[in-house]
Design a protein around this ligand. Structure first.
Ligand code: PGA
Length: 251
């Protein structure tokens, strides 16, 4: 049984006080349920504070990115040992904003996946096609390339500690959510890639979550799909009420 995951990606939003208040509200109101895993991904500068707030709960904390080197002269970067040291257990890797605004390549995303895993962080590997790629019927090709490259060098044991997020770039922050059946189709493709690379028990066991304009009013349709195991939520995770509704919807 795949336990659904509701992950909030706060991106570069919220003041320190707002971030603390949001984490506290989620802690108080999200019941410690075995039916859904809850994850908060605040900006790196608030990771410490958010980890302390939720430390005695089942709520997980993750970074929004991680650098592939453990230490050194890389001004501005944050390493996996540092993220782990703060108490995080996850890291988002290869988010489309990193790929498209900051030029992250498939190869770099793979290095980040490996750095996260080597430091006991569960990577959430994000993949997704651009609008023009979908229109040119390149979705399958792009997703296959991103998944294969992201999982390069990872054996069966490694992928058990990994989550894939399908986030069509045209649906992120645009209010245009993918139709549940559209998303499910791509999730099915990803599961078949996993089956080919590994085996059925791995492909059936791995969680593949959807991201892109997930809101309280569309989560039910998405989570009802056979291949969708939760949501990576941006805008709607910035308000406790809407994120709590999405958590409930995932459960
Ligand atoms: P959104 O962002 O929910 O605001 O579309 C999702 C994401 O980028 O993870």
């Amino acid at each position: 049984m795949r336990i659904p995951l509701a992950a909030g990606n706060w991106k570069m939003n919220l003041s320190r006080d707002e971030a603390i208040a949001l984490a506290q509200a989620i802690k108080e109101q999200a019941s410690d349920s075995q039916r859904v895993d809850v994850l908060l991904c605040p900006p790196a500068v608030y990771l410490d504070a958010v980890c302390k707030i939720v430390e005695d709960t089942l709520i997980g904390v993750g970074s929004q990115d991680v650098f592939w080197q453990p230490e050194g002269a890389y001004t501005g970067e944050i390493s996996a040992p540092m993220v782990r040291g703060m108490g995080c257990s996850y890291s988002i890797v290869g988010h489309s904003e990193r790929r498209h605004l900051f030029g992250e390549t498939d190869e770099e995303v793979n290095w980040k996946v490996k750095a996260a895993q080597q430091n006991d962080l569960t990577p959430i590997l994000c993949v997704g096609e651009l609008l023009e790629e979908r229109q040119a019927k390149q979705t399958d090709k792009v997703i296959t390339r991103q998944v294969e490259a992201g999982l390069e060098d990872l054996d069966a044991d490694d992928v058990l500690n990994l989550i894939i997020a399908y986030e069509p770039v045209w649906a992120i922050g645009t209010g245009e959510v993918a139709r549940p059946d559209q998303a499910n189709e791509v999730h099915g493709l990803i599961r078949s890639i996993l089956q080919d690379r590994y085996d059925t028990s791995i492909s059936n066991g791995m969680r593949i979550i959807y991201g892109g304009s997930v809101k309280p009013d569309n989560i039910a349709g998405l989570i009802a799909q056979s291949e969708i195991d939760g949501a990576l939520v941006g805008g709607a995770s910035l308000k406790a009420d809407s994120f709590l509704e999405i958590i409930e919807g995932c459960a």
